[in-house]
Design a protein around this ligand. Structure first.
Ligand code: SF4
Length: 325
């Protein structure tokens, strides 16, 4: 593991799994690759990519006979296209178990779409007679997701969508903070601190989640096992963060945050902030605009609590993600 690698801000790179072909490795069945410029040129500044090619790792060669999913969407077999007696379902699942066990530091995973091994969803599943049937997940990918239900997982193709891209990267950074701030020194106090810092981020994705998790933590019984609290909290948090934040939900959060400045700013500044938030709500500017203004005043007048909110700086601003949403 290369977790000691640092980015340009001297912050450690976050360990993230990735399908090897996306890094340009020639491991595909046809001897080619699916090099992702975005992963290699942009995300590698923040992520320490750890690449895996499950098909090569279970002993298949390059080039090789293509494989495909056959049967039901829930539990398809992975069979050779030309030779259906080649069944690599179990080896792929066992390899996923090994990867999960040996790489618990991973804070996310980027998968190659459409692959019967690596595809996260909507992978074609065929009838035995070769006719397309339904859609499912690749055998390796589904086992990785089953073993690590809280870990953020996304397909490379979906990273072209600015909202999905921002959502995935936010989740990776939250999950990494969880590992660093809570799992390295687990206590209820640290969970509460973590939750407090992520309140507005959670609110932007799910108001219900914000209320539900706040209530859950406020009513944890003293005799409750800490392990149980940790696993239930992070599972629910990561599931809620998967919900797409919208202009409406971000506007709500911006207004809440602005509420912390009310007493300290004059009427003209308040009007400027409100106009900027309204321009964002009505699609005239992107999120970066009202946030930059808000952060300027929070820096001068904001309390420690509001300045510490992860929502204000969820990832390095160089990624420019909020310029597009
Ligand atoms: S999609 Fe997965 S199994 Fe296929 S070549 Fe890429 S890394 Fe290997």
């Amino acid at each position: 593991m290369n977790s000691n690698l640092l980015n340009s801000d001297e912050k450690p790179l976050i360990p993230v799994g990735i399908s090897a072909c996306l890094l340009g490795q020639k491991v595909r069945y046809d001897g080619g690759h699916k090099r992702s410029k975005y992963c290699l040129n942009v995300l590698s500044d923040c992520f320490d990519f750890k690449s895996f090619c499950p098909e090569i790792s279970i002993g298949l060669s390059t080039p090789r006979e293509p494989i495909r999913l056959v049967g039901s969407a829930d539990s398809p077999r992975v069979l050779g296209t030309k030779d259906p007696s080649l069944d690599v379902t179990e080896p792929l699942k066992k390899y996923a178990d090994r990867v999960s066990e040996q790489n618990s530091e991973l804070c996310g995973y980027i998968l190659m779409q459409g692959s019967p091994s690596c595809g996260m969803e909507r992978v074609k599943v065929y009838h035995e007679n070769g006719m397309p049937n339904v859609a499912g997940s690749g055998a390796y990918a589904s086992q990785i997701m089953k073993n690590n239900p809280a870990m953020p997982v996304e397909e490379e193709g979906r990273l072209n969508d600015p909202v999905l891209r921002e959502n995935f990267i936010t989740r990776v950074f939250v999950y990494h903070s969880w590992q660093e701030e809570v799992l390295k020194s687990p206590s209820l106090h640290n969970v509460l601190q973590f939750h407090s810092r992520h309140k507005y981020q959670l609110m932007a994705h799910s108001y219900d989640g914000y209320k539900k998790l706040g209530k859950y933590l406020a009513t944890v019984a003293p005799e409750e096992s800490l392990d149980r609290v940790l696993s239930q909290y992070i599972l629910e948090l990561m599931a809620f963060l998967k919900c797409r934040a919208s202009r409406k939900t971000h506007t709500n959060v911006l207004m809440h945050i602005m509420g912390y400045l009310k007493k300290d700013i004059d009427a003209e500044t308040k009007q400027d902030l409100l106009e900027s938030i309204e321009q964002y709500r009505t699609n005239e500017v992107n999120l970066v605009v009202p946030l930059a203004l808000l952060k300027h005043y929070l820096k001068r007048f904001g309390s420690e609590y509001i300045q510490s909110q992860a929502y204000l700086d969820p990832y390095p601003h160089e990624l420019g993600l909020r310029n597009y949403i």
